[in-house]
Write a protein of this length. Sequence first.
Length: 324
Amino acid sequence: MTPENAAASKARVLPDYAPVPKSSLGPALNDKGYHVGRVEKNLYWVTDGVYQSAFLTTTDGVVLLDAPPTIGGNIQRAVDEIAAANGVSNKITHLIYSHHHADHVGASSLFDKNVTRIGHEETRRLLLRDNDPARPVPDEIFQDVRTLEIGGERIELAWRGSNHTPDNIFIHLPDHDTLMLIDIVNVRWAPFGIVNLSEDIPGYIEAPATALAYPWKHFIGGHLGRLGTRDDVVLHQQYMADIVDNVKSAITKVDYAPYAQRYGDNAWAAVKGYLDEITDMAAAPVIAKYTGVLAAADIYTASTTFWVMESLRLDLGLASWVHP
Ligand SMILES: [Zn+2]
């Protein structure tokens, strides 16, 4: 940072936010900066408090589910710790990609060339496009569903349409009562800005119902410090439904005319004022309802509401008007 930038950054006022509910925080991290815990039986999860990875120890080695770069070298440390405690192999033999994003699989290149990487065919296509040496393309791909049997353990991979990204998959571990679905539900937290940076908003909004149609008790969402329950997924679903309902109502109440009058031929100024008013009107009751329930509801609800509003307008044609 240059001295000028440092001074500018010092001069910025850092706002206060609502406190994070205790129920949104996970277990304390160890002195190396991670927590590893058992999900069920030989399935474990690792977190650095912001990202999550998981792994399954088997008689043939370890199957790793995602490799977030922020956890990075701590993934193998966590595997070593569990393998040593249980007297099983610490050798990672398989790495499953939830989707192509660098923040969830950008530590892939840390692992052996002999690790078998498995992902959706669209993940392979996107990684070939992105050409990032940190994310080797999957060696094995699938189209709709694929059941893996590794070391006597069952892992069901399914592509159920686009949601957060076009390639994001459902990872079901039926013998461990667990579903892993990344970047849809942040357990006990509001989605990160603009709907968890998602590309397909109808798909994103639908995904929790698809998740709940699977039988499971434990949910691995990929972010923050906690595992989830079915109630946590339902809570997120309610939050998104409230945003949709409030946008539908606000869009009928806001008048474009005063903005057009005020800004004349500066069309974007008028449109911005109009859409910001709808966004603020729709977001306010959601922020009030979920502050203290979902962490960061006061931080990111407005940008998520804006993007849901745009999806309702553009994907579903809400408030679309045809010139007579
Ligand atoms: Zn992502």
